[in-house]
Structures are given as structure tokens and as C-alpha cells.
Design a protein around this ligand. Structure first.
Ligand code: ADP
Ligand code: NI
Length: 224
């Protein structure tokens, strides 16, 4: 099977597996990450086949929807790639990317950057940037509110605002509104981008989110 056929087979598998997935992690999220991975990869010396397969399989089984089990996705990807007869060295690399790509896995339990990362490669960096881009800008905003709705969160609450000095325990019990997620994660992502191309796109989307937040507060306060 040639490289193009491998990618086509993987697209079919992912579409089928993600049928009925929620809007933040459905096939269209994968398609955007795949397209942005290829865009960023144009300026990087990477193995395009590894980038493509990793982008397509990176959310094949999100641990959030599998009882926090982080090994389901990598295992599914490994079995699928083996069924295509793909070289073990390529399979190992793709699986390592899937295991290490998420925002969470590069942070420890206190939200600090881990001292030693478990695995890194330029291919991982490209796909990670593409995945992060999908959490930014207009799409990122849509995904955040979609996720917040799914979790039954408030849009915004001035009493649980991100800049309030609230003790950690009270905050943890307060079910933070979706706007807080911007300050806890989304607005931090531009400084975590790995590649020059990814960073450039992230900066544009970051500015869009700042403008959005300004408009949001203006409307909230009745001053528009
Ligand atoms: P991915 O799997 O694509 O790396 P995540 O699973 O971390 O990303 O999150 C999926 C989407 O849901 C992202 O757009 C993210 O911003 C959003 N999200 C995650 N946690 C929250 C939260 N606490 N509030 C609002 N949105 C969230
Ligand atoms: Ni993703």
C-alpha cells in the first residue's frame, strides 16, 4: 500500500470511528488539524507521512470520554496502523506523538511544565501546533462554549471572574464559567507554539480572541 492509500484508509477509519462525536472532537476537528498540520509542515523538515497519520489519529479516543484512560487512543491507533501493514518504526513514532500531544501531558498536576518531556520530535511539534490552533480564534471560541455547554457551565460570572483573588478550594468548587477558560488556557497558547508558522497563525487568532473578549465585556456591561 502506498503512502496516499495509507492516508485514504486512515481518513475512512477516523470518519467511521468518530461518527456521532461531539462538535469539539468530531471528524471536522480532525480535518482542520490535518489541513493545518500540512500547512505548517511546508516550512519544516518533517516526514509528511508521520505528520499526516498522527494528525488524523491524534484524537481517535479522547481519554475524557473513556473514563480518563489515556491508553485507549494510542492502542487503537497502533492496531489500526498495524492492520495496514505500516512499518513498526513509523507506527512507534505516530503512537508516541498521540501519547504526548495533549496540553495536559506537557504539564504536571500543578499545571507547571514538566522538567523532562517524555518524547519530542519535529513531527510532534507540527501536529501539536495545528491542534492548538484549533483551540484559538473563532473556532476555538466556538469549541470552548460548546464544551462549557456540554459541562453545564455558565458563560460568564463576574463573581467567579478570572482576575478575582479567590482561594483555590472555593474556585475549584465553583464550576468556573467558560470565559475563565480563556485566561486559564487559551490566551496562554500563543507562547507555547513550537514552529514559526504555527506561532504566526496563533498570534492572529490570539488578537481575535482579545477583541472578542473586549466586545463580550462591553455588551455584558451594556456599554455598546
Ligand atoms: P484537544 O483534545 O483538541 O487537544 P481538549 O480536549 O483539551 O483539546 O479541548 C477540546 C476543546 O474544548 C478545546 O477547544 C478546549 O479549549 C475546550 N475546553 C477544554 N476544557 C475546557 C473548559 N474547562 N472550558 C471550556 N472549554 C474547554
Ligand atoms: Ni485535537
Amino acid at each position: 500500500m502506498n503512502n496516499i492509500e495509507q492516508v485514504e484508509q486512515t481518513i475512512a477509519f477516523v470518519k467511521e470511528t468518530l461518527q456521532g462525536a461531539e462538535g469539539g472532537h468530531d471528524w471536522f476537528h480532525i480535518q482542520r488539524v490535518f489541513n493545518n498540520s500540512l500547512l505548517i509542515a511546508k516550512d519544516e523538515k518533517v516526514d509528511i507521512q508521520i505528520v499526516s497519520l498522527s494528525a488524523l489519529l491524534h484524537d481517535i479516543a479522547d481519554s475524557k470520554f473513556h473514563g480518563g484512560n489515556e491508553s485507549v487512543g494510542p492502542q487503537m491507533a497502533r492496531e489500526f496502523l498495524a492492520s495496514l501493514g505500516i512499518k513498526p518504526s513509523v507506527i512507534d513514532h505516530v503512537v508516541k506523538i498521540i501519547e504526548n500531544i495533549s496540553f495536559k501531558s506537557s504539564l504536571d498536576s500543578k499545571g507547571e511544565k514538566k522538567v523532562a518531556k517524555r518524547f519530542n520530535s519535529l513531527e510532534l511539534q507540527v501536529v501539536q501546533d495545528a491542534d492548538r490552533l484549533d483551540a484559538l480564534g473563532a473556532i476555538g471560541i466556538a469549541r470552548a462554549f460548546n464544551y462549557g455547554g456540554f459541562k453545564g457551565r455558565e458563560l460568564y460570572n463576574p463573581d467567579i471572574a478570572p482576575n478575582l483573588k479567590m482561594d483555590k478550594e472555593t474556585y475549584k468548587n465553583s464550576k468556573a464559567p467558560t470565559i475563565n477558560h480563556f485566561y486559564e488556557k487559551l490566551l496562554l497558547l500563543k507562547n507555547k507554539m513550537n514552529t514559526a508558522g504555527g506561532r504566526k497563525l496563533a498570534l492572529e487568532r490570539h488578537q481575535f480572541m482579545l477583541d472578542y473578549l473586549q466586545q463580550f465585556y462591553n455588551e455584558w456591561n451594556g456599554s455598546v
